[in-house]
Design a protein around this ligand. Structure first.
Ligand code: PDD
Length: 289
């Protein structure tokens, strides 16, 4: 039996029904989060839930729960589903009301849905790296909001998948922004560069953790934008996200990155990231190396 959350209740998945006039369904009007679970424990849950509330505030969607309440509900679902290794997906839509672009009145409550999914760590691609393609970033100008509206992202990912690539690296003109579902960092002459946390990217929780690791371990870090040429010219490139953690990118548009295999700084950050996971969630049974 699989349990899901619908508006604060833990119920069987087959019983969870959402109205066809849910604004998430009709407009993509809502916000979401994906949180990693290792050893049955959520990793960086506070950071994810704080970002969820912040995304809500940015679109004037009032989430009627505290971080503590959300964490408790999710922990109960994880336990009930016996989830050891995987993810939690959680979203709030602006609620159900007759279709009208303008927001409904304050009497309309947001609709909360959440579920768990078993997902292993992608150790193979974390070890060996993946291919990426370059795609113009056609998304809106509030990519800092983790919005349910993901058309630009999914179109980019689909284009990458069609050319046999794992990720689409997006750029606005010459400036590289982020992946379709990840942040992108490059290493050049020992310094890590990553796009600053502006409206043009989602400030990834994985990205923040990596930056913290760099600061604490003597890895030079510059939160500054880099160009497509810098990307092609980089010694190392990697993507980061909740599910892909730190995954090296070894080929972009058919050209090898550096010598075509994952580089030493990427490897070092992967090891330190695993340590951070183990510190919060306990020993990992499957490791990168
Ligand atoms: N995606 N940028 C975009 C556009 C993303 O969709 C994501 C995450 C990230 C990385 O954020 P984080 O490190 O907090 O996961 C950056 C999630 C996992 C998803 O949509 O499935």
């Amino acid at each position: 039996m699989e349990y899901v959350i619908l508006n604060g209740d833990l119920i069987e998945r087959s019983e969870a029904k959402v109205d066809i006039e849910d604004r998430g369904y009709q407009f993509g009007d809502g916000v979401y989060e994906v949180i990693r679970v290792y050893n049955g424990k959520m990793f960086t849950a506070d950071e994810h839930l704080e970002r969820l509330l912040e995304s809500g505030r940015k679109i004037e969607l009032d989430i009627p729960y505290s971080i503590g309440q959300l964490k408790q509900m999710l922990a109960e679902m994880i336990e009930r589903n016996n989830l050891e290794l995987g993810i939690v997906y959680m979203q709030f839509s602006r609620g159900t009301s007759p279709r009208n672009h303008a927001y409904p009145g304050a009497d309309v409550e947001p609709v909360l849905t959440a579920y768990t999914r078993e997902t292993s760590r992608p150790v193979e691609s974390m070890r060996n790296g993946v291919k990426a393609s370059l795609i113009e970033d056609i998304r809106w100008l509030r990519c800092d909001i983790k919005s349910l509206n993901l058309l630009g992202n999914i179109m980019a990912k689909q284009k990458a998948a069609q050319s046999g690539c794992f990720e689409a690296i997006q750029h606005r003109g010459d400036t590289v922004t982020e992946g379709s579902s990840s942040n992108i960092a490059i290493v050049k002459d020992g310094t890590l560069y990553t796009h600053p946390a502006t409206n043009l990217i989602l400030n990834g929780i994985t990205r923040r953790k990596i930056n913290e690791i760099c600061r604490g371990n003597g890895v030079a870090l510059e939160e500054s934008a880099f160009t497509k040429d810098d990307l092609q010219d980089a010694d190392e490139v990697f993507m980061s996200s909740t599910s892909a953690e730190i995954t090296p990118i070894i080929e972009i548009e058919g050209k090898p990155v550096g010598n075509g295999s994952p580089g030493p700084i990427t490897n070092k950050l992967q090891n330190l990231f695993e340590e951070a996971i183990e510190k919060e969630c306990g020993s990992l049974t499957v490791k990168i190396r």
